[in-house]
Design a protein around this ligand. Structure first.
Ligand SMILES: Cc1cc2nc3c(=O)[nH]c(=O)nc-3n(C[C@H](O)[C@H](O)[C@H](O)COP(=O)(O)OP(=O)(O)OC[C@H]3O[C@@H](n4cnc5c(N)ncnc54)[C@H](O)[C@@H]3O)c2cc1C
Length: 460
């Protein structure tokens, strides 16, 4: 019998799932892929406002296919980016995210051609899915333009907007002085005569500062985050750290892991080397390590170590790092450790009260606009995703204890409120953060897409 598959989300995850399914499946089947807008494949990450924003991973590690590691580099060469005799240079470069978006677009076009050639039915539905009902072992998908029943359902809903931080005057978040979506900044709203306040100081803050400057914004920018850590660049040490890393294969407590990390870091520091090679050596092990930690250890990690790990792990290309440092030296960008306590509107400006952690004092400043760069919201209740809220309310999905994603088993099949596996419903991408911790980067998502496709194809 024909398999009917519904995929909710047409970013990288949804696209690569369709690709593996149409490539591997021999018998006829139909796939419907739903996306909130008509722009399939690129998602928010690879459809930037500016062509200057760079990938934060080198080209050689950005193949969309887990079993074709050189696929992106080869695509670049075939499209006049880089040269054959300087392939290593290309593989080690941080290319613009818009180029990666073009790569995904090409994969998407090819995928549609493969589907057509093989006679698979591929429906692209550029509409938000508002509701999903369970119907026996099937699922009914409801969107503005369609209602359909499928045998398999995959949630690939991706990056939620950042959640609104806690401040006294929550009505502020409904005002025109606030932008919750840092990936689609509305520059027409910005009065260029006053400074801008940014919540957060991670990768999205860096992009936002660069975009603001590119759009002619010359005033000061202030970024506030709990610790105000310095963002780090990718330094190319040209060696792979090995040291005691093989010990990571054995299960360890959080305390043992921390002490291993610190002792190895001290050794590296003696040679003037910072933590990056050590972080890179930990990375391939982090998903497995996360799954061996107890819930209490995960809680401690989230409370005490998450921000430190985030800084060491999420690094930026040197050119972006230099840009940010220049901005700071010129006093055009200030990174404050603390908390935005309140935001009020007075005529045409925002009056902010900020707790400055270093000086233990409250600051009062005036801003033109506030932009939220705190990263995707993971708590379903707090997110704006009505579909996930409904699925949770109906008991079809549950959140993990830390509310980082939803509960799934080792094959990424969803676990429902009865603690049973929803055999035909899968989740991919950011929704797996509770299970895997690291579930955002291309090298993680490409493996998940292939794994889920293999499972669906193997079902009779
Ligand atoms: C700005 C940015 C830069 C990044 N840079 C890198 C990088 O350099 N290297 C790297 O490895 N990783 C990077 N990442 C991480 C990663 O590659 C992306 O997060 C990845 O693209 C996620 O893809 P996705 O398909 O899971 O989610 P998304 O791209 O968010 O796509 C999900 C889609 O689902 C749609 N959707 C959600 N709910 C519904 C619904 N109810 N109905 C219909 N459609 C719905 C959304 O509209 C969206 O289009 C970056 C991420 C971001 C945000």
């Amino acid at each position: 019998m024909e398999k009917r598959i519904g995929i909710i989300g047409g970013g990288f995850s949804g696209t690569m799932l369709v690709r593996h399914l149409v490539e591997q499946q021999k018998d006829f089947f139909s796939i419907s892929i739903y996306n909130s807008n008509a722009d399939f494949a690129r998602g928010v990450a690879y459809n930037p406002n500016s062509s200057k924003l760079l990938l934060n991973v080198v080209a050689g590690k950005m193949s969309a296919f887990p079993d074709k590691p050189n696929h992106f580099v080869e695509w670049c060469l075939n499209n006049g980016i880089g040269t054959e005799n300087a392939q290593d240079l290309l593989a080690g470069s941080f290319l613009p995210r818009s180029i990666y978006g073009n790569y995904l677009n090409d994969i998407w076009k090819e995928t549609q051609e493969i589907a057509k050639k093989k006679g698979h039915k591929l429906n692209l539905i550029p509409n938000k899915v508002s509701k999903i009902d369970k119907d026996g072992s099937n699922y009914q998908i409801h969107s503005e333009s369609s209602n359909e029943t499928v045998d398999y359902l995959i949630l690939a809903t991706g990056n939620e907007l950042p959640g609104n931080p806690q401040i006294r005057n929550v009505d502020f978040f409904n005002s025109n002085f606030y932008q919750q979506n840092p990936w689609r900044i509305d520059f027409s709203k910005i009065n260029k005569l006053e400074p801008i306040l940014i919540f957060g100081n991670g990768l999205t803050m860096v992009d936002t500062v660069m975009e603001l400057r590119e759009n002619g914004f010359q005033q000061r920018i202030v970024s506030v985050s709990p610790n105000g850590f310095n963002i780090l660049p990718h330094r190319n040490f040209n060696f792979q750290y090995t040291g005691r890393i093989k010990e990571l294969n054995a299960d360890k407590s959080l305390l043992e892991l921390l002490s291993l990390f610190i002792s190895e870091l001290k050794k590296l520091n003696q040679f003037g080397i910072s933590a990056e090679p050590l972080i890179d050596a930990f990375r391939p092990n982090t998903q497995r390590i996360w799954q061996t930690l107890t819930t209490e250890e995960k809680r401690i990690f989230m409370r005490r170590l998450r921000h430190l790990w985030g800084v060491a792990r999420h690094r930026i290309p040197f050119s972006s790092y230099d840009y940010i440092q220049r901005e700071r030296i010129a006093n055009r960008l200030e990174i404050l450790a603390g908390k935005v306590v309140d935001l009020k509107i007075n005529e045409n400006v925002v009056l902010a009260t900020i707790y400055d952690k270093k000086n233990r004092t409250e600051l009062h400043s005036q801003f033109a606009q506030v932009i939220n760069c705190t990263g995707p919201e993971t708590k379903i209740e707090k997110s704006g995703n009505e579909l996930l809220k409904q699925l949770k309310l109906d008991g079809l999905i549950i959140q993990d204890e830390l509310q980082l994603g939803i509960e799934v088993n080792d094959s990424f099949q969803v676990i429902n409120s009865q603690n049973q596996v929803e055999g035909n419903m899968f989740a991919i991408g950011g929704l797996l953060k509770g299970k895997l911790w690291e579930s955002t980067a291309i090298n993680e998502l490409r493996v998940q897409a292939k794994t889920i496709s293999n499972s669906i194809i193997s079902y009779r």
